[in-house]
Design a binder for this molecule. Sequence first.
Ligand SMILES: *[C@@H]1O[C@H](CO)[C@@H](O)[C@H](O)[C@H]1NC(C)=O
Ligand SMILES: *[C@@H]1O[C@H](CO)[C@@H](O)[C@H](O)[C@H]1NC(C)=O
Ligand SMILES: *[C@@H]1O[C@H](CO)[C@@H](O)[C@H](O)[C@H]1NC(C)=O
Length: 274
Amino acid sequence: ETNAEQKPEEKEALGDFIYNPRTGEFLGRTASSWGLIFLFYLIFYGVLTGMFILTIWVMLQTLDDAVPRHQDRLASPGLVVRPHAVEISYNRSDPTNYNPYVQQLHDLLQQYNDSIQEGNDLCLVGEYTDQDDQPKKKVCQFKRSNLRQCSGLPDASFGYAEGQPCVIIKLNRVIGLKPEGDPYINCTAKRNTPLQMIYFPPEGRLDKMFFPYYGKIAHPDYVQPLVAVKLLLTKEDYNVEQTVECKVEGSNLRNSDERDKYLGRVTFRVKVFQ
Ligand SMILES: *[C@@H]1O[C@H](CO)[C@@H](O)[C@H](O)[C@H]1NC(C)=O
Ligand SMILES: *[C@@H]1O[C@H](CO)[C@@H](O)[C@H](O)[C@H]1NC(C)=O
Ligand SMILES: *[C@@H]1O[C@H](CO)[C@@H](O)[C@H](O)[C@H]1NC(C)=O
């Protein structure tokens, strides 16, 4: 009984709350009160947005396109090996088997073609090519033909057909890096007897002339120095998986980080069938 009487009152109270015709209040506030609140938030968020845009704009004005802004400590570069594969595994009697690897090497070396590199500069062997003040950075030439048997020129199959394949080791680019000492690549096969290898350029040298690198914008035609390694596999090595580790040595570049197994070193596997 009491419930039935109360209901209309409750309804009336709620209706008054949403819109009270006597005071003209809507949800407990007058139209001008609502207007002020709306205006306040409009200005408040407007100012916030303005400040945000201003901050971003100021940041963008102070950024230099050529150099990353926050680089307190130069990263140590990683090594990569080409052809890129979990395992370089192929049948040397079957060209369709190794052509994808050979093609990768040809693609990588396109930009090192002698005809292109002849347009670049001859730099001093064993000296950094410092050019902080020059607006136009010169590019030291690295000719593909210097990789000789691993250049893909005298032997278009990079040794894959004869079962003594070449791989190419590349040091990742780090802007401003100037390795101390005389860095070179040293590869070792993880097995009991040593595996013979030939390095191009000789001794696997990474010449200092290719450092420092000034970044994509300041140094657009820059090419990284490469080291090619020809694995002199013999009959006994065929059909057996070979694991080879290459490291950059002879310099202050890090190559034995516990947590990063690509820092200054790289491991790859090769299996040649005949
Ligand atoms: C390699 O290819 C040759 C020619 O196609 C074939 O005779 C031989 O059986 C292949 N070897 C292996 C291990 O698959
Ligand atoms: C580079 O040289 C190779 C072999 O001589 C040739 O096939 C290729 O077209 C050249 N690439 C460029 C970009 O010049
Ligand atoms: C290459 O590394 C191996 C194994 O760490 C070492 O025995 C050899 O002396 C190194 N060769 C050079 C030229 O540094």
